[in-house]
Ligand binder design. Sequence first.
Ligand SMILES: CCCCCCCCCCCCCCCC(=O)SCCNC(=O)CCNC(=O)[C@H](O)C(C)(C)COP(=O)(O)OP(=O)(O)OC[C@H]1O[C@@H](n2cnc3c(N)ncnc32)[C@H](O)[C@@H]1OP(=O)(O)O
Ligand SMILES: Cc1cc2nc3c(=O)[nH]c(=O)nc-3n(C[C@H](O)[C@H](O)[C@H](O)COP(=O)(O)OP(=O)(O)OC[C@H]3O[C@@H](n4cnc5c(N)ncnc54)[C@H](O)[C@@H]3O)c2cc1C
Length: 673
Amino acid sequence: MSKNLSIVNKDLKEERDKINFNVEEFTNWFYGGAEKVKEKKYIENYFLSDKDLNLELDTSYLSYKDKYEEAVRRSIVVYKKLYKLHNEMGGTHEDFVKIMENLRFTMGAINPEGNPFVLHFSMFALTIMNMTNDEQKAEWLPRIFNCNILGTYAQTELGHGTYIQRLETTATYDPKTKEFTLNSPTLTSYKWWPGNLGHTVDHAIVMAQLYSQGKCHGIQPFIVQLRDSETHKPLPGIDIGDIGNKVGFQTVNNGFLGFKNVKVPYKNMLMKNSKLLEDGTFIKPKNAKLNYGTMVIIRVHMIIDAACRIAKATTIALRYSLVRRQSPINPNEIEPKIIEHITQQNKIFPGIAKAVVFKCMADYLTKLHLSITQEGNTGNLARMPELHALSCCLKAVCTNEDAKTVEVCRLSCGGHGFLRSAGLDDVYRNSTAAQTYEGENTVMLLQAARFLIKSFNEARNGGSLTEGVKYLFDFIGRNGKREIFDNSINGILRAIQAAAAGRTYIAWKHIEDDKRHNSIEVATNLAGVHLTKAAELHGYVCLLQVGIEEIEKIIRNVSPALGLVFKNILELFAVDLILNKIGDVIQHVDISNEDIEKLEKQMETLFKFFRTSAIGVVDGFDFSDPIIDSTLGSYDGNVYENLINAARKSPLNQEDVNRTFHLYIKPFMKSNL
Ligand SMILES: CCCCCCCCCCCCCCCC(=O)SCCNC(=O)CCNC(=O)[C@H](O)C(C)(C)COP(=O)(O)OP(=O)(O)OC[C@H]1O[C@@H](n2cnc3c(N)ncnc32)[C@H](O)[C@@H]1OP(=O)(O)O
Ligand SMILES: Cc1cc2nc3c(=O)[nH]c(=O)nc-3n(C[C@H](O)[C@H](O)[C@H](O)COP(=O)(O)OP(=O)(O)OC[C@H]3O[C@@H](n4cnc5c(N)ncnc54)[C@H](O)[C@@H]3O)c2cc1C
């Protein structure tokens, strides 16, 4: 994708002239190699250059209904092209995955308020791929990939989203007819939230309590047809619709769904894990949590989404900060670029470092997920709880940081950041949605804490620990003594580990003390605040540890100039982290006021070094102008021209005088009240 061809703002050009490393080399790392970058650019251009998409239309001014209809139209243009491109590329499964991965951000530019088909290609397809037996795969997968059917993942209900064990939808099996009957016995049992459900899809994976031979066997997944394949009318017994306006995700078409005696054939229960014999005998899976597998996959994917949203927001904030001038630092000098105000650097530079470290974590977690899934396929489920805990913890920490960072980027753009055309509002809406979907973040942290407490008990009893929590041994080994701080990257890591272990200990002790008067469950609830803090700190330990390991490897493989930039980024991430968590660190680490002052000074030095590299790094994230879609963040930096051009497109500016003047304002002004 070519950069904007207009003349680049001279302040921005001057910044780019000073970049002292190869930006392309950074881009190649970010996307996994030069070949992948080429593919990304090709795929982006292939879709975004299509005139049928009518990307000139600013959909943010449309009504709710028009937005949805335009999003469907645009998506179909894309998906038709996707299949054409897939065939041209060779038609393999790998080709399809390549296109889908690259489409993620392209789709964001095409449908900024969400994709009305996203669940079909993510949770619906993934569930069928991972939770079906061979016959079911043969029956459903071709229809899914040809889009002969469109589906979603319907789990959450009006009454329950988090505590899925208490979902109320029932699927009662009758061995005589070899059918399940689906019912929503209460209002609270209505499915509520599933994306694309309202008016787009005709099928869903429905999570329902299975009843057979008079017993409940817990929640199981079923493929259910919801709408007629010709007329798209809801099938008998199906009550379905859109849940209405939301904070964001306006075109995702989240829906509601109720069942009244809906018949589903025997073969539609997904049977890779749990099994139901035709006579109604239920066979338990090896681990009941296998049915939660799709959520784990998506949580893993959400780390890279968080990294990319931060990368996009910091690109906008930094480019703007390099062309915006405000408030002389020395009274007699010209107004500096706002980036010269050190508080502005403090707002933006740590965010850029987070995008890089989160990307390292996403790569690490993707590999870990693959290896644990392969073990699972051979029947070895031993590491599943570890993956569950890690994915919950990082999903929460990374999306919380993501929402916080995007908001700071908006604030760093002053008033103009509040404009829709600045491009930060959709990023923020998506970030904050991610804090809730696929597991509300507090709940995710509590799941991770459960693993930490178990590990802590294990460590106290001299048992063995997984690699990521071995630092608990160090804490126990210190026997109440505090970790001594040393100001190196590994010293910072040890300090955060000590804080995480110390907070785990406080939570553990809280539970142990309360257990004397309460049940373990009540005691655990009372320790909840400590538990979430411990899990959060553990998430930062993982990020820093993986960041150190991955960046050390990167430095060995890139040019010395880029290596220095990576070193700077890692230190920025680490020092920012310890300064932000200093309260927790002080509690468990022997760190002096002088050490803290040194860290604060170090941060200023890091900012100074990063000042010249920052623009190269954000350019290296390589968001083309249509993808960044921002008046403040375009490659050319011509923000004022962009702003006035965008304002002129406001529907109110298409006529000199709005009709409300004659209808209301003038009569009011003439009325003498
Ligand atoms: C090509 C691809 C493109 C992708 C591109 C992405 C685009 C993406 C766009 C998406 C667009 C929006 C999509 C939103 C989609 C929804 O939001 S779908 C709905 C998601 N819903 C949720 O996440 C609900 C959250 N709740 C839960 O996950 C579960 O209820 C909880 C919180 C884990 C608790 O489960 P529970 O059964 O009550 O378990 P509990 O009794 O607390 O026991 C926990 C035990 O289970 C274990 N456990 C729990 N879960 C698991 C698990 N999953 N595995 C292993 N063990 C587990 C724990 O380790 C623990 O073990 P122990 O300590 O007992 O040994
Ligand atoms: C944009 C969006 C898209 C979505 N898409 C889908 C979809 O496609 N398919 C689907 O099935 N669902 C979807 N969901 C639903 C989503 O997964 C749930 O909203 C989410 O899991 C949280 O559940 P809840 O709404 O029941 O929140 P609740 O659990 O009611 O949470 C409310 C509050 O209670 C607290 N709380 C709850 N349980 C505990 C606990 N055990 N300990 C401490 N605090 C607790 C929470 O921390 C929170 O503060 C979507 C949601 C959103 C916002």
